[in-house]
Design a protein around this ligand. Structure first.
Ligand code: OAD
Length: 256
């Protein structure tokens, strides 16, 4: 299928959903995970992105996230983010992302579903401290305080402003489950007419499985990526190219 055909599909789709991965932010200067310069080529995820790593060395984990936050804070949305933001308003396009940067948000995208969390969200790991005057009954629960930190440099490791316990990044680590509400929202979004996976290696589940959910729901499926991925053979349409070039071209075709 040509780019023109894909543009025609987008124009006709009453329900359009895209799944984005690290490749969409690559042109903004945010490193991907598995490419030649990918983060997982230089760092071991088991040392930095698992609950066990955090228990062993919270400072090391936080230093890594602080350095990623510093990189992303200096990046800006690229034309791929900008086109998707416009489609979210003009075409009701649903954007489901695996990216923990905030570039879809900064581009103005509506109702982004952030499957893997956010570099700017933190949550407490401590035991609950009852509010003054609250009787403690039964087993102590955990402090569930969660908060957003807007690009401020953090004291490392940061602590919960409510109970003083260690804070962790509100990011889904290896071996952890995704937030159930996000999974439900993403599966609902996958029930669409046209589902496009953009800039993802499509090997991390459950995100990669959304493609199959979409297909089962009767959607036409497409992938935009400069390289072949496990998704390439499962989709109806593959477009070989960079998100920041292909999306503006599609957008131009839609306007003509
Ligand atoms: P990966 O790093 O696994 O894959 C990035 C994909 O983007 C590759 O297939 C590249 O070919 C493609 N790519 C590179 N430059 C591109 C460009 N300019 N335009 C379009 N595509 C481009 O990243 P993800 O698939 O997002 O998990 O990885 C999934 C998850 O694995 C991440 O969310 C992360 C990681 O562990 C968490 O942080 C929880």
């Amino acid at each position: 299928m040509s780019l023109l055909d894909l543009a025609a599909r987008i124009a006709r789709a009453a329900r359009l959903t895209v799944l984005t991965g690290a490749g969409v932010s690559a042109a903004s200067g945010v490193p991907t995970f598995r490419g030649a310069e990918g983060l997982w080529r230089r760092f071991r995820p088991e040392d930095l992105a698992t609950p066990g790593a955090f228990v062993r060395d919270p400072r090391l984990v936080w230093e890594w996230y602080a350095s990623r936050r510093a990189v992303v804070a200096g990046c800006h949305p690229n034309p791929a983010h900008e086109v998707l933001a416009r489609w979210s308003h003009e075409r009701g396009c649903r954007v489901v992302t695996q990216n923990v940067d905030d570039l879809h948000l900064r581009a103005g995208t509506r109702d982004v579903i952030r499957l893997h969390g956010s570099l700017w969200d933190l949550r407490c790991t401590g035991a609950a401290v009852p509010a003054p005057g609250t009787p403690v009954r039964g087993r102590a629960t955990r402090c569930v305080h969660a908060w957003r930190d807007e690009h401020e440099p953090l004291p490392l490791p940061p602590t919960c402003p409510r109970c003083g316990a260690l804070a962790r990044p509100a990011i889904v680590w290896f071996g952890e489950s995704l937030d159930e509400a996000d999974v439900v929202a993403a599966r609902n979004a996958a029930a669409c007419d046209l589902f496009i996976a953009i800039g993802t290696s499509a090997i991390v589940y459950p995100a990669a499985g959304l493609l199959d959910d979409a297909r089962r729901a009767g959607a036409v499926t497409a992938a935009i990526n400069p390289e072949a991925t496990p998704a390439s053979s499962r989709v109806d349409v593959t477009v070989q190219g960079r998100a920041e070039e292909i999306l503006p071209r599609l957008d131009l075709l839609l306007a003509s």
